[in-house]
Design a protein around this ligand. Structure first.
Ligand code: IMP
Length: 430
């Protein structure tokens, strides 16, 4: 197996960053294929915390090539800030170690302005976006007015596209959203500086990945967000604006389907979600508070407190099928320590009907009753445990029950944020 896709099987924040960082040891190349700087992947190595938003989470390993695929929407300012920070730490000093697809779309200031203004106008009905311009950038891509890196590199093409788009966006911002118009020269000048800085990294990433896969080099595809935030398969409209499922690797990195060799699904041992939208197993009392506190459940990008709840096997089952998950990593099981009982949702009931997968209508999801299975909890802290056998009996039973319910082998259990705080059950992944 020379390629592996890492996907979140909940609503994002499953701990994909940590898993990618670990798996990157075995990989030669790590590639993002969707999303943008709405993602925030936290890496803890040697007690030091690094947050990456656009650059793949394998960046803390020397000499791995990081690729930003065409399916990603790139905020150049955020990318440069991230690059600066990593370069100050001695990383990515060789431009060949970071490749940006020439057909990835560029996030423009009007995307962010529109995202934020729309959310403000929606008031209580807001989607709870990260306010990074992700939705408006994907809208422009589909409307065929987006600016791709290849266009951005060409002064004349960029000027034409920017002035055409800005005319329309300023009208929309001013007349409909009641916002200030944006200034052409200011955008053009700052974006020209961004372009000069990023130009050495821009390349035909699809072709590069193909050539490397054919040579047998190992490629890890790093998903952002989670399956329930997928624009087609998630809890629409409370989703992000890209396809987050494993199949999106083909379109978002430009590789052929036969080059996807394995899919690892990442799930927290409980569930969290940020932003609005249905969440059947959400906890509102002290148990939810405990998960938030002990799990440090506050958004990496926005700092918002995350909503917390029990593990939902209905969500996991749906996501395993959609992604073709071949193995699972269960993260943050240490956070469950101290609960007398841990619950897993095994099905949904609604109007006399049972659901074993997530229904399409958010109105139905909002009204379902979760069917729970209760398991005895454990009180011991788990962060120092490095083997399944050393887990307290009830914690081991919990892991085994999840494996049964989801019907996929669990290869890794994470017991803390640090790279070393991991139980590797089946040590090889590729
Ligand atoms: P957007 O992607 O900023 O448009 O936000 C749409 C929805 O996806 C909101 O509910 C966000 O909170 C959620 N979201 C976007 N990115 C992430 C992520 O990386 N982790 C968790 N939730 C996310």
């Amino acid at each position: 197996m020379s390629t592996l896709v890492v996907v979140g099987i909940q609503w994002g924040d499953e701990g994909k960053g940590k898993v990618v960082d670990l798996l990157a040891r075995e990989a030669d190349i790590i590639a993002r294929f969707q999303g943008g700087s709405n993602a925030g992947h936290t890496l803890v190595v040697g007690g030091k915390k690094t947050i990456v938003r656009l650059i793949p989470s394998g960046v803390l390993h020397d000499d791995k090539v990081c690729v930003i695929g065409n399916g990603v929407v790139v905020d150049p300012q955020v990318l440069i800030e991230e690059l600066d920070t990593l370069q100050q730490q001695g990383r990515l000093l060789d431009p060949a170690l970071l490749k940006i697809s020439e057909t990835a779309h560029v996030i423009m200031p009007y995307h962010q302005a529109i995202d934020v203004a729309r959310e403000r106008l929606r008031g209580e009905g807001r989607l709870g976006t990260t306010g990074r311009g992700i939705g408006p950038a994907y809208e422009d891509k589909m409307a065929r007015v987006g600016i791709r890196f290849v266009d951005f590199l060409d002064d004349q093409v960029f000027q034409e596209q920017l002035s055409r788009n800005l005319q329309e966006k300023n009208l929309y911002l001013g007349e409909i959203l009641k916002e200030q118009a944006l200034d052409y020269t200011q955008i053009f000048d700052s974006y020209r500086r961004f372009r000069d800085r990023l130009a050495p990294h821009v390349t035909n990433a699809s072709r590069y990945l193909h050539q490397e896969i054919v040579k047998g080099r190992k490629v890890l595809f790093e998903g952002a967000q989670g399956t329930m935030l997928d624009v087609d398969h998630g809890t629409y409209p409370y989703v992000t604006s890209s396809n987050t499922v494993s199949g999106a690797v083909c379109s978002g990195a430009g590789i052929a389907p036969q080059h996807i060799h394995g899919v690892i699904g990442i799930s927290k041992a409980y569930t969290t979600r940020v932003g609005s939208g249905p969440f059947p197993t959400e906890l509102f009392g002290p148990e939810g508070e405990k998960l938030r506190r002990d799990g440090g459940e506050f958004g990496t990008v926005t700092g918002r407190p995350r909503r917390c709840g029990w593990l939902d096997a209905v969500v996991a089952r749906t996501a395993v099928r959609l992604n073709g998950v071949t193995s699972l990593a269960l993260t943050k099981i240490d956070v469950l320590s101290g609960l007398p009982t841990v619950r897993i949702c095994t099905g949904y009931a609604y109007q006399g009907q049972q659901y074993d997968e997530v229904p399409a209508s958010v109105h139905v999801i909002d009204r379902i009753t979760p069917v729970y299975e209760d398991l005895p909890g454990w009180s011991e802290p788990l962060s120092d445990i490095r083997s399944l056998d050393a887990l307290p009996l009830n914690a081991r039973r919990y892991v085994e029950r999840v494996e049964q319910l989801v019907n996929v082998p669990i290869k890794m259990v994470s017991v803390g944020a640090g790279r070393e705080e991991t139980i590797l059950i089946r040590p090889t992944f590729f």
